[in-house]
Design a protein around this ligand. Sequence first.
Ligand code: GTB
Length: 217
Amino acid sequence: MSPIVTAFEQSPDRGRGLARDMPVRWAFEEVGQPYDVRLISFSAMKESGHRSRQPFGQIPTYEDGNLVLFESGAIVLHIAERHSGLLPEDADARARAIAWMFAALSTVEPGIVQREVSLYLERDKAWHEERLLLVEARIRRRLDDLAARLGAGEWLDGSFSAGDLLMVQVLRRLGGSGILEDYPNLVAYVARGEARPAFKRAFAAQLAVFTGRSSQS
Ligand code: GTB
């Protein structure tokens, strides 16, 4: 039996591949591991059955036999450790790739999520404009450093890794913000990620859920 991932029955991103089942799908595609998807409604996500798998009532989750996991980063790491293709064989290079996974989720992403919170939940506040400027300045500071480190490189540390997968996915959340465009090497980096056949397969699979063309249940 293939591992099962949970994803939104109706994703608020309308098929843009921004929900967190996307990096998990992408990881499965990179390593060539088939997977099944269980679509879940917002109300079912908050019920005890789902909460037993995901304590915070969120997607995604991962089930494989007796193993149940939550947290998209942990799931991607698990897939990368179980299969070859997403982490280098060399122990030091592997540790560095894992460091980039953490950097994506705990150093680069928080500001990007705060910007979304500001845009979607704080627009009516008197301090909204001021806060948005602060948050965007913080994002730019991170991107300044990330762009400097990537330089003219193709990927963050040698070959494509799970660190790049998560970093590209995090940067994709800036689409339409006008921020990423100020960093041509990061724009090209995201485009390289999105051009990977595995990304395209994962993107198409989640889009099919939105357009109603999915055969997965
Ligand atoms: N840290 C956890 C992880 O990485 O797995 C975070 C999981 C999480 O935030 N899940 C979100 C969720 O279940 C969906 S992905 N939210 C429902 C809830 O908390 O009640 C986040 C997301 C949602 C929508 C968009 N979008 O519309 O663009 C993008 C990202």
